[in-house]
Design a protein around this ligand. Structure first.
Ligand code: ZN
Length: 429
């Protein structure tokens, strides 16, 4: 959700280096600061700074804000924070240096990748092309349990792919694993790929509660944004819909449950959390809507993976009150955080998005839950801010493992039990 977790109120005006096409956005001298928030007035100050486009928010909760400050704004922002008695710590000293250090380099075919059959590794973030190759690889290599479905096309006409994994048992419960709504949250996308890879390539070794599920993987719902974040602007969040003045809708604000509530939503096309002109205006959110609508009655759980913050979140995101299934979700979320802690000693927290992080309208989480998927969760992966979105590929594997532990725990909670769905139920395969 990241979404859910941070709402970006302002778009920082970025300098563009004069290089041959494509022009890369530079964050030279920019820093990530963290400020503890103590009063509603502190939050208002941060909000004002966003609105004046002086800072760009990375992560926001009722207690603290992480945000990006461009070099030229450092003195001004420092002065404004100090005048309120607010201190800040520097989380990332030079954003551009970090971006450069984490550049995705081309992975060439070699003896090892040829033998493996694909170029996806856990040592670096994959390009869009490598992800697509990998989808084809699993479908070709495991045709008896795995199939691809093109669920839509992005606004720049790239394919949006769903990978279905099932043993064909007609009574399986269904779990949707979703990621890549937000372009810059690369470690969420690799985590979804990690889970997919483990289930597909080690299917026979999985427990019954994993095997007897229909898995729906959509690891990259926003291919245009991802490509743009790899080639032009590492910190791009939205899709790449072209508007008059700016580009992009925040896909995770574009769903038709509590869409664009006044006072919470961003209505301007230049803002990082722009909700779009109307609910489901975007091909990416519409594609997901159609999948969920078509699978009605067959989907029992959702994991929507974002970064960052180490949180397991459940609805509502846009409303302060409890949803009717909150207790069930709370128990499952606590079982997931406990399973992660038991295995890795890494601490994840859980709660309702609205209270844990910040109100967010039109989220995929709220809409999918409202469509009848009781076990609906958004997970914010590592870390808690030290690296934020610029987390090193070194963490791809440990983060993927953690997410797989959470997903396994959820599958276990749902159980291997067979639910009778009546005569008109048709399996995915
Ligand atoms: Zn997100």
């Amino acid at each position: 959700m990241g979404s859910i977790i941070f709402i970006v109120f302002g778009l920082v005006v970025l300098r563009v280096i004069a290089t041959p096409f494509p022009k890369k956005v530079s964050y030279a001298g920019a820093q990530i600061w963290r400020t503890a928030l103590r009063t509603p007035n502190d939050i208002l100050l941060i909000k004002k700074l966003f609105e004046n486009q002086d800072i760009s928010i990375w992560n926001l909760s009722p207690k603290r804000a992480d945000f990006l400050v461009l070099e030229d704004n450092k003195v001004k922002i420092h002065r404004q924070l100090s005048s309120r008695g607010l201190n800040h710590t520097v989380l990332i000293l030079d954003v551009q240096r970090r971006v450069d250090a984490l550049k995705t380099e081309p992975v060439l075919w070699d003896d090892n990748t040829l033998r493996q059959g694909h170029r996806l590794t856990w040592n670096r973030y994959p390009t869009l092309r490598i992800i697509e190759e990998y989808f084809n690889y699993v479908a070709d290599t495991y045709p008896s349990i795995c199939k691809l479905e093109k669920i839509g096309s992005s606004s720049e006409n790239r394919s949006i792919t769903m990978v279905g994994v099932s043993n064909g048992n007609p009574n399986n419960m269904g779990i949707l694993v979703l990621s890549g709504l937000h372009a810059r949250e690369w470690i969420g996308i690799t985590s979804a790929l990690y889970i997919l890879n483990n289930i597909v390539t080690k299917f026979d070794q999985q427990p019954e509660y994993i095997k007897n599920k229909n898995w729906y993987f959509i690891p990259l719902l926003n291919p245009d944004g991802y490509e743009y974040s790899q080639t032009v602007n590492r910190l791009w969040r939205k899709n790449r819909r072209k508007f008059k003045r700016c580009y992009g809708v925040d896909i995770n604000r574009n769903f038709g449950k509590d869409w664009a509530i006044d006072g919470i939503t961003e209505n301007h096309e230049c803002k990082d959390a722009y909700a779009g002109p109307f609910a489901f205006s975007e091909p990416e959110s519409a594609a997901l809507r159609d999948v969920v609508t078509k699978a009605k009655g067959k989907l029992d759980a959702l994991i929507d993976i974002h970064s960052y913050g180490q949180l397991i979140l459940y609805p509502w995101s846009a409303r302060p009150w409890h949803n009717p299934d909150m207790k069930v979700q709370k128990n499952a979320a606590e079982a997931m955080t406990q399973a992660i802690f038991d295995s890795t000693k890494n601490l994840y927290k859980s709660g309702e998005t609205y209270h844990m992080v910040y109100p967010a309208t039109g989220s995929a989480l709220d809409w999918i839950y409202a469509s009848g998927v009781t076990h609906a969760f958004a997970i914010e992966t590592r870390d808690t801010g030290e690296h934020g979105f610029l987390i090193s590929p070194h963490y791809i594997e440990p983060t993927g493992k953690e997410l797989f532990i959470a997903v396994k725990q959820l599958a276990k909670v749902l159980g291997p039990k067979f639910v009778s769905r009546g005569k008109d139920y048709q399996a995915w395969f």
